[in-house]
Design a protein around this ligand. Structure first.
Ligand code: NAD
Ligand code: DAU
Length: 368
């Protein structure tokens, strides 16, 4: 079949990437979707079982740092759009091992950009050609000028929000590596004229997130009656967005975003960690039929994360006003859906936590 477009999505076996791949494969049967992923500990083909046999889908195992392989694939597939999500994504891991983050997030992105530029120069596709998925963490941390929040004890917890023109001030090795890669993407636009877009999104939550991140880790621990390690006093604030709303924003921006632009993505949904943790406990207990408050005793305050950013909060009004995007679910709806998913998908959680999926790819596909 002659496809209308051929789109390379990197990191498609990870958390957000799998939602983006699924959305594109289903919504655009006229597009060929190539998912390139190295399958690190965070990459899991189980996340894509429902679409893996779709005729417009191809999985390709590769490292974005491997320039020759990636360039050959892009030429062979006549790729005319790249959505780049592959990255090392966990802040705590970056504190332990910053070099892996520099390698994948900085050098890997540069290598992918170079391959994309050579392809783009051969045929000069119109529209957004290279779309980099980035994070609000590049902006650094915001102050808590209103620690009590509004009258309902909810956010915003400060007067300032991250805007697209907020200066970069990353603190962790993870955010420093993402900031660096954002700069390279913009440099490829400014220097070579390649049509690029960068989006900076707030904390995502939802199905298929690796249970090292706060929400799936804590749901799993509550389910198993294990301690909940709350960093510091649990006063840090994060701005949470349901992953499918992020995927919808990516779809919209890939098709309608302007080249050279940056868009912030978020849902005005700030939560102090400790309040969110209490809400998760209440939700899990209710769904499991446990007495109210039965698992509050699992809360365990532990040593704070080094360099722990106090508050993130995104101003997404540019995206709302220019392209008309807004989240489709409230936080209460999204969290309930998420808790149900993890409770219903015990096998997925157990496989991921036991590492049993690691040999899956070789077993299924061999070394192609
Ligand atoms: P994830 O860790 O769940 O998935 C990352 C994927 O990238 C995995 O499938 C992994 O195998 C793959 N990968 C890692 N190194 C690779 C390499 N060298 N070559 C090829 N593939 C490689 O991450 P996520 O949470 O889904 O995040 C995806 C992207 O979105 C990242 O770029 C991250 O910085 C960004 N982001 C994440 C969030 C969030 O809350 N999770 C928020 C904003 C932005
Ligand atoms: O803001 C976007 C970022 O959100 C993404 O770019 C990152 O890829 C993603 O991992 C996420 O980073 P955070 O560090 O904010 O997410 P994490 O789930 O690790 O932690 C959320 C908050 O919960 C943070 O304040 C630290 C705290 N925390 C986390 C863990 C894992 C705890 O208190 N205990 C924990 O065990």
């Amino acid at each position: 079949m002659e496809y209308k477009r051929s789109i390379l999505i990197t990191g498609g076996a990870g958390f957000i990437g799998s939602h983006v791949v699924r959305r594109f494969v289903k919504a655009y049967p006229e597009y060929r979707i190539i998912n390139l992923d190295k399958l690190t500990y965070a990459g899991n083909l189980d996340n894509l079982r429902d679409i893996e046999k779709a005729p417009n889908y191809r999985f390709f195992k590769a490292d974005i740092c491997d320039f020759e392989t990636v360039y050959d694939l892009m030429r062979q597939e006549r790729v005319d759009g790249v959505i780049h999500l592959a990255a090392e994504s966990h802040v705590d891991r970056s504190i332990k091992d910053p070099f892996t983050f520099a390698r994948t997030n900085v050098l890997g992105t540069l290598s992918l950009l170079q391959a994309a530029r050579l392809c783009w120069e051969e045929r000069k596709y119109e529209g957004c050609f290279f779309y980099h998925i980035s994070t609000d963490e590049v902006y650094g941390a915001l102050e808590m000028t209103r620690p009590e929040g509004d009258k309902d004890g909810r956010g915003p917890y400060g007067d300032l929000l991250f805007r697209e023109d907020t200066a970069y001030h990353p603190h962790s090795p993870y955010s420093a590596s993402k900031a660096s890669s954002d700069h390279f993407v913009r440099a490829f636009h400014d220097t070579y004229g390649m049509p690029t877009v960068v989006t900076n999104c707030s904390n995502n939550y939802g199905p298929y997130q690796f249970p090292e991140k706060l929400i799936p880790l804590f749901i799993n621990n509550i389910r198993n009656r294990k301690p909940l390690p709350v960093y510091g006093k649990g006063e840090n604030v994060r701005d949470w967005l349901y992953v499918e709303d992020h995927a919808a924003a990516i779809d919209l921006i890939f098709h309608q975003g302007a080249a050279g632009e940056t868009y912030n993505i978020g849902g005005f949904n700030e939560w102090k960690n400790i309040d969110l943790i209490r809400l998760m406990i209440a939700t899990v207990d209710r769904l499991l039929g446990r007495p109210e408050g039965a698992d509050l005793d699992l809360i365990t305050f532990v040593t704070d994360r080094a360099g722990h950013d106090l508050r993130y909060a995104i101003d997404p009004s540019k995206l709302r006003d220019t392209l008309g995007w807004k989240p489709s679910v409230t936080f209460e709806q999204g969290l309930e859906r998420t808790v149900r998913w993890y409770l219903d998908n015990k096998a997925w959680l157990d496989a991921v936590t036991s590492g049993a999926y690691a040999g899956y790819y070789e077993e299924m596909y061999g070394n192609r």
